[in-house]
Design a protein. Sequence first.
Length: 143
Amino acid sequence: MEDFKKKLTRKYRMMGRYCCFAVCIYFGLMRFTTTVNDFTEGLLSGMFSGIMIVSIFNLVRIHIALHNEEKLKEMYIQETDERNIAISKETMRTSSVVSLMVTALAVIISGFFNPVISMTLGISIMADAVITIAVQFYYKKKM
């Protein structure tokens, strides 16, 4: 349980740093870029707000667990439960394949309308493939 508490503390600190870093980058970019149109600025503001809300929610959840033994035990059980781990793995595997196929279909469809979008999506698929292969090699060596 003590190892789990250390892991949560590390996660809490990392997420706190991420929030601070994200705020600095966002406001720095908003200050120094003047060529962003209103639509893009609104889209980025919305995405930034959503990311920050989720991050702050997780920070509060972890903070409560670190200061309440009952919540900590509940979180430990939820995170180490074999059924939840198996469900999470299957979910990620399936969603990765579905996402790859939908993006590949989008590459084909967007090629008829705008080659720049098609190339961008194609590069995204290639980057995803490289990341998947790298992670697979990592886990083959680790396990």
